[in-house]
Every structure is written in structure tokens, then in C-alpha cells.
Design a protein around this ligand. Structure first.
Ligand code: NAD
Length: 337
């Protein structure tokens, strides 16, 4: 059993903990939190040993009636691997601690690419993480783009990717985020940082991205144009994507017109937290004009990176190859709408 520590139990960390617990070859050794909020209470309710991430605040847990198993250092020391799911920039500060205990670490997309040995997307570069000490599971948007680009590169070759990312202002729990009533070019500079981030997965890719932020919390939406190295029929691309386990092609018959209905569908399907781990590509949007491919896809920012973290654990520890790991993760989590 791979003993997994999760440092940072928020939007991403709590989902990774649940997914790890589903795996036949992994166990959650414990989760570390900074303060005894509602997520700390649910962690205890789920039976995850709770560790204090910040020594000076450890007493707060006892005062809130929550038992602490020890300081985060103990958790890191005993674990085979740590998943750092702390807010952007905190992972970089934690690196020294992981090195001190000689525990390999996964970081999330909010950290800089140069913090780690390699960036990771299971479908695109699984093997690059094997034996690495520090690996970054790329952001929700980069994960979503990589999953589409990898099969296109293999089947037809990709000359150029142009993507416009219409981004949710904040996650549903992020009450301080916005905009509330606006449409922001964000970042206003072009290209946005997302393109260079995708290049951490495919170093010879030509990609430009533009970002916007809108008053929404449910999902991101990508408008994608990929210039392929050959003329391709849209039906061929649909068949290619249908073979990809983490791409969900939304059929026209479902009458799903946006992220609201997608989330409703996920909830109706009994998905935990209404999570959608797959890219959601509107099948009718897949169009080609010569060698240019166009499509729209929805990306559930809170959950698409979760199976990627599970696969990255196996990749780093050399416990499975990409195909085996992805198949196990998909089956245990119930991926495939
Ligand atoms: P979050 O704020 O929801 O959760 C972070 C958790 O870490 C919180 O519980 C916070 O209290 C805790 N924390 C803060 N400082 C800590 C410390 N020193 N030690 C341990 N825990 C600490 O954040 P999130 O949305 O889960 O993001 C985590 C990472 O995942 C970031 O790098 C982010 O960029 C990335 N990411 C987020 C999303 C998303 O949409 N939410 C998607 C993909 C990747």
C-alpha cells in the first residue's frame, strides 16, 4: 500500500484524499490543515488522521474539539509521497520540508514550473515523472488542453493551437472572488500564461492562449482552434476523441447547453460534489475547415486534476505504467460519463 500524505485540505486536497482512498494500492496516511474549519471537521468525520500544518495554530484544533495526530512534519516523514494541495506559492515554501524528510512530492498548477523536475499530465507525459522527487500536476486549464492536444498530435500532428479561455471568476466556495458583474480580459496581456504552461507538457508545441474572466463559478469554457498537419474530417476527430477515456463528448440528444446543465447532469448521475473529471466537449462543435479544427469544451476546474494526481503518485513511485494506472484510476473513481 502506498501511504499518501495530503498537505492542504481545500478544494483540491479534499478531492484527492477521497480519490486516493478509493485506490486498491493506496491509503491516506493523513491530511494536514492550518485551521479547524468545516473542512477539518469533515476530514475527521471521514476518518482521515488530521495533522497540524502550522505549529503555532495547533492548539486551535483542540479548542474546536478536533483531535490532532501530530505536526505535519511527522506526516511527511512517515509517508511514501506527499500531495501538496496548498494555495499557490505555499508549495514552494514547503519544498524544503519534503526534501528534509526525503519524501517525494506532488505540487499543483499554482506553483511555478521551475520548482519541479517535471510537469505532469497522465495522458501526455506519464513516464517523465518516474523516479522524480518533485512533480507538478498542471492546472485545470492546462490539463484540459493537454488531454485534447495529445491524441491530435499522435493522429495528425499539430501545427498550431489557438485557445480562448473563458474562466470562472472563482470556485463556488471562494466568496471573495469576482467579477460580480463584468467581463474582464484576464490576463489582459496576450498571450496569457496558459500557453507557456501547456508547453511544459509538450516542449515543441506552438500554442497561443487568451484569457477572460466572467461572473461564473461552475466551470471554465475553452474555445479552441487547432491547425493540424493534414486536412481532417470532423467525423474522424469525433471518433478519435470517443476513444479517449477522459474526454466526454456531449451528445446533441442530451440537450446540454452550458455548464449549468453539465453540473446538473453530474449531480443527477450521483457524482460526488457534482464533480466532472472529464473534459466536456460539445460533439456538435467539433468542426473542421481544411486542416483547421474548432471546438468548445467545458472544464470543471475543481476536479479534472484529481485523477491526474492519483496517476502522478503511481508514476513517481514507478508502481504502474500509464495505461494500467489510468485504467485503475478511471475504474475506481467511475470516470467515463
Ligand atoms: P484552497 O484554498 O481551496 O485549498 C488550500 C488549502 O490549503 C486550504 O484548506 C488552506 O487552509 C490550506 N493551507 C494554507 N496554507 C497551508 C499550509 N502552509 N500548509 C497546509 N495547508 C495550508 O485552494 P485550491 O483551490 O485547492 O488550490 C490548491 C492548489 O491547486 C493551487 O496551486 C491551485 O492553483 C491549484 N488548483 C486549483 C484549482 C481550482 O480551481 N480550485 C484547479 C486546479 C489547480
Amino acid at each position: 500500500m502506498i501511504q499518501v500524505a495530503i498537505n492542504g485540505y481545500g478544494t483540491i486536497g479534499k478531492r484527492v484524499a477521497d480519490a486516493v482512498r478509493e485506490q486498491p494500492d493506496m491509503a491516506v496516511l493523513g491530511v494536514a490543515k492550518t485551521r479547524p474549519n468545516f473542512e477539518a471537521e469533515t476530514a475527521v468525520g471521514k476518518g482521515f488522521p488530521l495533522y497540524a500544518a502550522v505549529e503555532e495554530r495547533a492548539d486551535q484544533f483542540g479548542e474546536a474539539g478536533l483531535e490532532i495526530a501530530g505536526p505535519v512534519e511527522d506526516l511527511v516523514d512517515e509517508a511514501d509521497i506527499v500531495v501538496d494541495a496548498t494555495p499557490s506559492g505555499i508549495g514552494a515554501k514547503n519544498k524544503e520540508m519534503y526534501e528534509a524528510y526525503d519524501t517525494p512530492a506532488l505540487y499543483q498548477g499554482g506553483e511555478d514550473a521551475d520548482l519541479v523536475d517535471t510537469s505532469f499530465n497522465a495522458r501526455s507525459n506519464f513516464e517523465d515523472a518516474t523516479g522524480a522527487d518533485h512533480v507538478r500536476v498542471v492546472s485545470c486549464n492546462t490539463t484540459g488542453l493537454s488531454r485534447v492536444i495529445a491524441p491530435l498530435r499522435e493522429a495528425y500532428g499539430v501545427e498550431k493551437v489557438r485557445a480562448t479561455l473563458v474562466r470562472r471568476g472563482g470556485d463556488p466556495g471562494q466568496t471573495s472572488r469576482g467579477p460580480i458583474n463584468d467581463i474582464l480580459p484576464n490576463p489582459v496581456t496576450i498571450p496569457s500564461h496558459h500557453g507557456p504552461d501547456v508547453e511544459t507538457i509538450f516542449d515543441d508545441l506552438d500554442i497561443d492562449t487568451l484569457g477572460m474572466k466572467v461572473p461564473a463559478t461552475l466551470m471554465h469554457m475553452h474555445s479552441l482552434n487547432v491547425t493540424l498537419e493534414e486536412d481532417v474530417d470532423a467525423s474522424e476527430v469525433r471518433d478519435l476523441f470517443a476513444e479517449e477515456s477522459r474526454l466526454f463528448l456531449i451528445p446533441e440528444r442530451m440537450d446540454i447547453d452550458g455548464s449549468g446543465k453539465l453540473k446538473e447532469y453530474a449531480l443527477d448521475a450521483g457524482r460526488p460534489r457534482g464533480d466532472i473529471w472529464e473534459n466536456c466537449i460539445w460533439e456538435e462543435s467539433i468542426s473542421t475547415v481544411g486542416d483547421d479544427l474548432y471546438l468548445f469544451q467545458g472544464i470543471h476546474q475543481e476536479s479534472d486534476v484529481v485523477p491526474e494526481n492519483v496517476d502522478a503518485i503511481r508514476a513517481v513511485l514507478g508502481e504502474a505504467d500509464a495505461e494500467e494506472s489510468i485504467a485503475t484510476t478511471n475504474e475506481t473513481m467511475g470516470i467515463g460519463l
